[in-house]
Write a new protein. Structure first.
Length: 401
């Protein structure tokens, strides 16, 4: 999986004035990065076919600074028309700010404030269509139209999410580092009064807010443990980039990119969809059938020890392998994953590749050794896993045709 695509006609690239106007927005891009971007843009539009082909071949490992931009494109956040990028990010920011205004508290001066015991008595909540007068509504009001009750439910949801984000990739120092605070929080924790005055928060706090707003705007799924692991690579990818075009919209862009990805894998987190052809249990069943077809001897060996597919693959499929690889490897895996039309199907191909890559260890006659081998499948060289997954995908596509 190497090399990158070139348009047939080199003159079909992006217009020089447009390329020159883009350069200041991406100060970290090397000449090599800009030349590649030039090759992928034709008539001021990204050639999606070439982009997918480029990323599917694991080439972003050699162009890591392009990854945040390319992920925005592959996930469908940015339009293919380059000239529309700025407008889309601005509109997305306005939408996110509307959510902030809707789900957090406002005071008499219409300023967003964080909840505290010293808040003004005339605080007004913008969560419910029914407005309750301050003289009637108060923290002890248990009525169904009480805006305070809505706030307490929001606080409960926030705390649930925060428990998970605090544990997200605890070994990666990045998520515990401070960043500028743009929006309010329902967290009761604050590093110090000095930090609060300076208007900073940790990256994990930003993730909590993103997941909170996602839960409030996606009632059919809300928040489920594990979504924090899905968000983490997206947030890390976008937040560590130096892209002036997007630097003021990292949180807002992450929210939308995460939402777009969740729209494709939501069946992993919703029980009502589980009996559908896209349901999580169906994904497990399809992986089981695929393993049985590709390597019946290995499948029979696992069955002999009563090691069902869901025992070792649930985490892989549910969390898109995020808990089995470090961030650098996950981003390379997701480069390929995002470029594939059916992401859920390709996760199965990756899972099967991990099993086959450890075949020799799995075929041992000790139950303990087999379980150990299945836990260490991610230790196999990443290039081998990606190559095997590609071969499986090609064979599957050929058999379907």
């Amino acid at each position: 999986m190497n090399g990158h695509p070139h348009p047939n006609d080199p003159n079909n690239g992006i217009e020089l004035p447009l390329l020159s106007s883009l350069s200041p927005y991406f100060p970290d891009y090397s000449q090599k990065d800009l030349e590649l971007l030039n090759e992928l843009i034709q008539d001021n539009k990204i050639n999606l076919t070439l982009l997918r082909k480029f990323c599917y071949q694991d080439n972003l490992a050699h162009y890591p600074k392009l990854r945040p931009l390319f992920w925005r494109l592959l996930l469908g956040f940015l339009p293919l028309d380059v000239k529309g990028w700025k407008e889309v990010t601005q509109l997305n920011k306005l939408l996110y700010q509307e959510y902030i205004s809707e789900f957090f508290i406002k005071n008499d001066d219409n300023n967003i404030v964080e909840y505290s015991s010293s808040s003004e008595k005339s605080i007004e909540f913008y969560q419910e269509p029914v407005k309750v007068k301050a003289s009637v509504d108060h923290p002890l009001n248990v009525g169904k139209n009480s805006n305070w009750q809505v706030h307490f439910k929001n606080k409960e949801l926030w705390n649930t999410i925060e428990k998970d984000t605090k544990r997200t990739r605890a070994d990666d120092k990045f998520f515990s580092q401070f960043t500028k605070k743009k929006y309010p929080s329902l967290s009761k924790d604050c590093p110090s009064e000095e930090n609060k005055r300076e208007g900073v928060e940790m990256h994990k706090d930003v993730m909590t807010r993103i997941l909170f707003i996602f839960a409030k705007t996606h009632h059919y799924i809300k928040y489920v443990q594990g979504m924090n692991e899905i968000l983490a690579p997206i947030y890390f990818c976008l937040a560590t980039a130096n892209e002036k075009l997007f630097e003021e919209n990292i949180e807002e862009d992450c929210f939308t990119c995460f939402s777009l990805l969740m729209s494709e894998i939501k069946e992993n987190f919703t029980k009502v969809k589980d009996c559908s052809l896209l349901g999580f249990k169906t994904r497990i069943m399809l992986l089981d059938r695929l393993l049985k077809k590709v390597d019946p001897k290995l499948w029979n060996h696992l069955m002999k020890f009563s090691i069902m597919t869901e025992i070792y693959s649930t985490r892989w499929i549910l969390l898109l392998l995020t808990q089995d690889f470090n961030l650098e490897s996950i981003m390379r895996i997701w480069d390929v994953l995002f470029s594939y039309q059916d992401k859920q199907e390709f996760v199965n191909f990756l899972s099967l590749a991990m099993i086959i890559s450890s075949r020799e260890e799995i075929m041992k006659e000790s139950l303990e050794e087999i379980h150990l081998a299945l836990r260490k499948t991610s230790k196999v060289k990443l290039e081998k896993i990606l190559e095997l997954a590609d071969n499986i995908a090609r064979e599957r596509n050929e058999s379907d045709n």
